[in-house]
Design a binder for this molecule. Structure first.
Ligand code: CA
Length: 616
């Protein structure tokens, strides 16, 4: 997420908080058998729980250490769960002189053995990003949850909750499937019990609980299962960097350095450069990394080993619990690099097929590559991060569509950007996109020019990387991100009271249907073409203002995809001799939009259009 200038609430004093129960919670509240890492650290929270003796008696489970910390309301229990430990329940007993003993029934659940459960998200996929509060209201009964701080719904205001939920997404999985989407990414679903703007989900207040206004943990699990049954995959959006200031542990911190604390409130600079700049000052770096995101989003201290364990286990817990295929890591550059590299390796050790990409809203290819794995930019350190959100390619496509041609401007910007892929270990793992919830919508950014829209969508769905589309872009939803709420409006038809239903053909305008069909055609084609799913990219220096690239399989020229972008006001002809290296003597191709066969020795490219040909 980018910086959010919502109304800034000053930190409230939490004096007079309700009495903490003797044993309030243990997290993770259950765990799994046969995990790769036998170590498990339980956070125990309860009034003066540190004064208690702890006993566990279960075959295969050993309590190796009881850690007391600054706050006596916490214990951190180090457990070893051997591979021989069987699924089942056991008690954790807490005893103290003169006090009633406390008991927690802990459960080890069977780790799933289903091989296709966590599949990973690759170039074969097409990701649909949506905000659950704004997509569809599938359950009116959860719109207002009385005990939560924002307990009303107001669809007339972009700042308030609108009532959308996970059931609403489940109800529209066939719509997504029909569009050619293969993967769903929702902005965070976990509890955000914040007094204002709680709908966006990036201010977690309980790491182990789906926000009741979106549903329950069980419903989330069911959503992932339903996606898998329909052949769709699921990405979970997670935040390592910060929490919401109403997080339950913010009100009773285990220790002072659980958070990055400052003598006076200090906000991050939102500048990624100090993290990679060889000339940077430590002060600038510290402010970037340890400054708070906004006053209502305190910064977690990821150098604290208890925090490290807490976050890592939480993410492993969600993946194993629900069977998630991929993770999108919010605000990646703001996190501690050692922690993130360690986290990444631990996650991959548990789930080898899991896909991961980090949000890096930065401005150069070098900055993006700095954060990806493989030490390709010689930073002397491997982040182990497979991919990033490719904002630089997005900017290049905008320049290609809106700019005037120059040596490195206009369409040449796209060419020049792709040429820098040498900086990545594997650029195919980058998530590529034209818009998302933190920026102006694509259709507005091309001035509602439908020709440019089609050229942009063509590049999105044929370029290297994993394409992601923002909800509503398929029906030409528009607006500028000032403020953010304007690009987070409701998908009409997602509420039974809506006067139109954009989920169905007859609810859409002619133009919207044209856009929908365009995306659907490309997305479905992508699912059938191996070169787009697994192939390499070859691009040619733009000549005569035409940008030409190929996606191809090295061993088979048949099925090679040729893309020609003509973003000029003139129809152009293109002699294809120059591309012999890729056409390999093939003289015929099929236009994937019209289905027409044609000779390719000379192509006629209408003004402001993209041509996609399959060589055969
Ligand atoms: Ca609802």
């Amino acid at each position: 997420m980018k910086k959010i200038f919502i109304i800034l609430f000053l930190l409230i004093s939490y004096a007079g908080f309700a009495q903490i129960p003797d044993l309030e919670r243990i997290e993770p509240m259950f765990w799994f058998t046969k995990m790769h890492n036998p170590k498990l650290q339980l956070l125990v929270h309860g009034k003066d729980i540190a004064n208690h003796q702890v006993k566990i008696n279960y075959p295969g489970v050993t309590l190796t250490k009881v850690n007391k910390v600054e706050n006596p309301n916490y214990l951190f229990l180090d457990l070893l769960v051997s591979k021989s430990a069987k699924a089942g329940k056991f008690t954790i007993d807490f005893t103290a002189k003169g006090k009633k003993s406390l008991t927690y029934s802990y459960q080890l659940k069977e780790k799933s053995s289903s091989p296709n459960r966590i599949q990973g998200v690759t170039q074969k996929d097409f990701i649909y990003l949506l905000m659950p509060d704004r997509f569809s209201n599938g359950d009116k009964s959860n719109d207002v949850v009385k005990d939560l701080k924002e307990s009303s719904v107001n669809r007339d205001s972009m700042y308030y909750r609108h009532g959308g939920d996970i059931q609403g997404v489940i109800n529209h999985l066939d719509y997504l499937k029909g569009l050619g989407v293969t993967t769903v990414w929702m902005t965070p679903e976990i509890e955000n019990d914040m007094p204002l703007a709680s709908y966006h989900g990036y201010a977690v207040t309980d790491h182990y609980k789906i926000d009741p206004r979106f549903g329950t943990n069980e419903l989330y699990k069911k959503y992932v299962e339903e996606c898998h049954v329909k052949g769709l995959k699921v990405i979970k959006d997670i935040v390592h960097n910060h929490i919401g200031s109403n997080h339950w542990f913010y009100n009773d911190l285990p220790m002072k350095n659980w958070l990055n604390q400052w003598p006076v409130y200090t906000q991050t600079s939102y500048r990624d450069q100090p993290v990679m700049d060889p000339h940077a000052s430590e002060a600038d770096k510290k402010k970037m990394l340890d400054g708070w995101f906004v006053p209502t989003m305190p910064d977690l201290n990821q150098r604290n080993p208890y925090v490290e364990n807490y976050l890592t286990q939480n993410h492993i817990w969600w993946i194993e619990y629900a069977g998630i295929d991929g993770l999108r890591l919010d605000t990646y550059p703001y996190n501690d690099e050692d922690f993130m590299a360690d986290w990444e390796q631990k996650l991959k050790a548990e789930f080898p097929h899991l896909s991961i990409f980090g949000e890096t809203l930065v401005s150069t290819v070098a900055s993006q590559a700095f954060f990806t794995g493989g030490n390709t930019v010689n930073r002397g350190f491997d982040t182990h991060l497979p991919g990033i959100t490719d904002a630089v390619l997005k900017d290049a496509i905008y320049e290609g569509l809106n700019g005037k041609t120059g040596w490195t401007d206009g369409i040449n910007r796209i060419y020049a950007t792709m040429a820098q892929d040498f900086l990545y270990k594997d650029p195919n793992q980058n998530c590529i996109f034209l818009d998302n919830h933190d920026m102006s919508r694509f259709y507005s950014m091309v001035n509602e020019d439908f020709d440019r829209y089609k050229m942009g969508m063509t590049m999105l769905l044929t370029m290297r990387g994993i394409p992601q589309m923002y909800y509503g872009t398929e029906i030409l939803m528009k607006n500028y991100s000032n403020p953010d709420g304007l690009v987070r409006s409701d998908f009409l038809g997602g509420w039974v009271t809506d006067s139109v239903n954009k989920f169905v053909e007859k609810g859409r305008t002619v133009k919207e249907n044209e856009a929908f069909t365009f995306v659907k055609t490309l997305a479905n084609y992508r699912q059938k073409n191996e070169a787009l799913q697994n192939g390499k990219l070859m691009q040619y220096i733009p000549e005569n203002d035409l940008y030409v690239y190929f996606r191809y399989m090295a061993n088979n020229p048949k099925g090679t995809v040729m893309v020609v972008i003509n973003n000029t006001d003139k129809d152009k002809s293109l002699d294809t001799k120059r591309f012999a290296e890729r056409t390999k003597g093939i003289i015929k191709a099929k236009d994937i939009f019209s289905g027409k066969e044609m000779g390719i020795s000379e192509l006629q490219i209408p003004k402001k259009s993209a041509m996609v040909l399959e060589l055969n």
